[in-house]
Each structure stands twice: as C-alpha cells, then as structure tokens.
Design a protein. Structure first.
Length: 477
C-alpha cells in the first residue's frame, strides 16, 4: 500500500498536479482534476480567518486536555505549536498551500510538521463544519465591533459640525423642491439618528450571533465528553448553540450582518448624494478641500467630489453581496453544503467596502465648510415660508387650516406673477386676498424668524438643535 501511494505521488508530480491530499484520509487515492483544483480551495480568501481559527483551536485543545480526551502534555504541545504558527503568519513566514484547501487544514498540517503526530489529535471531537462556523462568527463579531466604533466616530464628526452650525439657515427640501427653512445643524443631526440605528442593528446582529457552534462536529454532535460551555465561554460567546444541525448550517448571522451593512451604506450613499448636490455650482452650499476632491484631465476648472461619488457608487457592491448570499442560501436543506463556501468572499468585500466608506464620510464631514450666505439666500427662495404664513392665519386669525392653506396658495400665486418673494408683497396685496391680514404677518415671512419658531420637540429651531447636540453626545458618544 505504501508503494502504491508513493507511485501515485510520483505520477502526480510528473503531471504537475498536487499529491493525494491528507485531508481525505484513506477514502481517496486519486487526485482532483485541474478544474477541481481551481474551484475547490478556499485558502485564498479564508486565510483571513487565521486569528480566529488559531484561537478556536487553542481553546479546543485546552478543553480536550481539561476533559482528559487528550493528555495535558499533548494539549500544551498543541497550544505551543499553534502559538508558533500564529507568529509565523503575522511575520509573513507561513506558506499557505492551495492543495490543503482551507485555513483549517493549512494550520493543522503545519502543526503536525512542528510537533509530529500529536498535531493530529487537535481535530478530535470537531469537524471543519463547526470549525468554520465558529471562525466565521468570531470574524463577523470582530468586524461588527470595528464598524460600530467607526460609526461612532462618524456620529461624533456630524455632532461636532452640527454644534458649530446650529443656527446656520438652509432650505429644507421635499421632492428636491424648496420646502421650509431648516438649520444646517438640524439637517446633519438627521444623519446622526440614521447612523445610531445602524449601530443598533449591528449590535443586535452581534447579540444574536454570539452562540458558539464549536462541538457540534459535522452535524450530529460528538460521542466524546466535551465541555461546550467551557469552549463557548473562553471564546467570548454567551452560550453554545442548542442544536448541532442548525449550528453548522446557520448563516443567518452573515445575512443579518449584510442586511445591516446594506442599510448602513444606503445611509452613507444618501449623505454622499447631498454632498454632491451641495458641492455643485448650482447649489454651492458647501466647499470641500483638495483632500476629498479631484480634478479633471481636460477641464482645469473642475473640482469633483469624487470621495462622495465613490461612496455612492460602492453601495451596489454591499447590496449585491446581500443578494448573493440570499440566493445562495435559499435552496439549501440541512445541514452543510459546499455552496456555503461562497458566503465569505462577498461578505469580506462588503465589510471592507463599508468600512472604507464610513471613514471616507468622516473625512468629508470634518473637511466640508458651509457657504453660509448662499444657504441663507437659497432659504429665501421658493416661497419657503408659505407654511409659516398658513400657520399664522390659523394661529392669529383663527381660520380653519384648509381655508388658510387655500389663502396662502393664492398669495403664493400672486408672488409668482409679480416675480417677488412673499416678504416683498405689499400689505394691500395680501389684504385684497384676505382682508383680515395685518402688518404683523411680515414677521413670519422671514426665514430667520421661521426657523426660530419651530420649537416643537425634534424641530429645527436653533435652541432645539443646541439641546439635541447635547443629548446626542450623551446617547451616542
């Protein structure tokens, strides 16, 4: 038998193919086809799990020793070997091999090289199915912690900018038409709320995923007397998973992560769209420095908000990753299938993309400078105080709102015909439409006075914004 295996190995080398993989043990004596060698390995991307994989293996080895499934000496040797492997990878001295398929077998093969046959005892009472599920959960958990911190920094930048601009007036829009005056600070705080919900979604995802699959083995558990509570606790999980079939086939945590990531990057994209509009010559509401803009190869006058455009453009990659995983999972019965190898690359790309987009938006927020005079001038266009006029007719003259709405519409129509602002109409013009209107009405037609009157909870008045900034610092930072 030994001669036969050596002959196969020799022929494989002559053909330029991998040797018979030790992964499969004695069941296989042949080699994968060329195309199988291209489609099957995952080491090119799942090597990102090496920190989580080695930590999981250390704790597993510690548990095996504690339970006397392996000797204390063997447990110590395995842990020392794993520590050496982790050091080699960090230092760039580890050779990842595609014929060993994945991070799990690459680590185990190197461990066996370092400490001999004892390395083969590490895989006792576990499978790559529960191992990859554990690694993946730990990786997503670590990534969530980083994204929550990044979102906190983005909120801080927005809150600081809102604090600086609590009384800067700008037009608020609906349908991209001037609606009512608001403060720039109030507008920025809207995104603070959005990103707060994003943090909440990621935190919820983290809470739900924090059950440890390790010990579920391939799908049915194991006959060894392992201590799953010990393993879960040592790896920072709240508890072990309750059902071994579910544990190895569950990718809800990845779907939920990508769902939260998709919503988050849509918020980033909406913000970026506003920056792109505001930075245009037509709006000219904010200015960006050279740090977050680029020029044109042919038009020397151009300053393009490319950082914001790229955030908007990259949104499709994250949403696409969610769709990819949803489609992949939709037809899988229990338990594990190789299809699930396709869960990692889209998630890796999505998480990397989201992270860089968050930091790009932090930079944009800190960099942008409002063009205060332009914002104020735009706030006085489009009859932005028409709602204030209608409210005044109700509050002061006691008219029903529907009647006040109709009168205001007639006044706006008159201003359009005269090509002037509401505040520029004469009192006689207003009284020809509604005789009870008096000179006091002009007090509410000024955008500055308009925003100051919006004192309801959650409203745009500068005094509200100052309070909201203080509360946001307590809630989010």
């Amino acid at each position: 038998m030994e001669k036969k295996t050596k002959d196969i190995d020799r022929k494989n080398k002559e053909k330029g193919k991998s040797q018979v993989s030790s992964v499969w043990g004695g069941r296989f004596t042949g080699v994968p086809s060329d195309i199988m060698e291209k489609i099957n390995p995952s080491i090119d991307f799942d090597k990102r799990f090496f920190v989580q994989d080695i930590e999981g293996s250390r704790v597993h080895a510690e548990m095996l020793g504690k339970q006397k499934i392996i000797s204390a000496k063997e447990s110590e040797e395995i842990i020392e070997g794993l520590n050496q492997i982790e050091k080699e990878i960090h230092e760039g001295n580890f050779q990842f091999k595609r014929d060993l398929e994945d991070i799990h077998m690459n680590v185990e093969a190197r461990l066996t090289t370092l400490i001999g046959e004892t390395g083969g005892r590490l895989h006792t009472a576990r499978s790559r199915n529960d191992q990859v599920a554990t690694d993946f959960k730990m990786w997503v958990r670590d990534k969530i912690d980083g994204l929550i911190e990044a979102l906190s920094l983005l909120q801080k930048a927005l809150i600081n900018k809102a604090d600086e601009n609590s009384d800067v007036i700008m037009p608020g829009f609906t349908h991209l038409q001037v609606a009512q005056p608001v403060t720039f600070g109030h507008h920025l705080l809207a995104y603070v709320e959005m990103f707060g919900r994003d943090r909440g979604r990621f935190a919820d995802c983290r809470r739900r995923l924090n059950e440890c699959p390790l010990g579920s083995a391939a799908l049915a558990g194991t006959s060894f007397e392992i201590d799953r509570d010990f393993t879960a606790y040592k790896l920072g999980f709240d508890r072990p998973t309750a059902n071994s079939l579910d544990a190895v086939s569950d990718r809800d945590f990845a779907l939920e992560f990508l769902s939260a990531a998709s919503i988050c990057i849509i918020h980033l994209s909406r913000f970026s769209e506003e920056i792109i509009n505001w930075n245009s010559a037509q709006f000219d509401f904010v200015s960006l420095s050279d740090a977050f803009t680029t020029g044109s190869s042919i038009m020397p006058q151009k300053r393009n908000p490319d950082a914001a455009e790229l955030v908007r453009g990259k949104t499709g990659r994250v949403v696409g990753a969610l769709n990819s995983l949803l489609v992949m999972m939709k037809g899988l019965p229990l338990a594990f299938f190789k299809d699930m190898q396709e869960d990692k690359e889209p998630l890796f790309d999505a998480s990397d993309t989201l992270e860089v987009c968050i930091y790009a938006c932090i930079g944009i927020v800190e960099d942008m400078k409002p063009n205060v005079e332009n914002m104020l001038a735009a706030s006085d266009q489009g009859f932005s105080t028409a709602t204030d006029l209608a409210d005044w007719l109700v509050r002061v003259l006691g008219l029903p709102f529907r009647r006040a709405h109709h009168i205001t519409g007639e006044i706006v129509k008159l201003a359009e015909q005269k090509k002037c602002r509401l505040v520029d109409l004469k009192i006689e013009d207003l009284q020809n439409i509604e005789s009870s209107i008096n000179e006091d009405v002009f007090e509410v037609l000024d955008p500055v006075k308009s925003i100051s009157s919006r004192i309801s909870f959650g409203g745009t008045a500068p005094v509200n914004v100052a309070k909201a900034v203080a509360k946001a610092r307590k809630r989010f930072l």
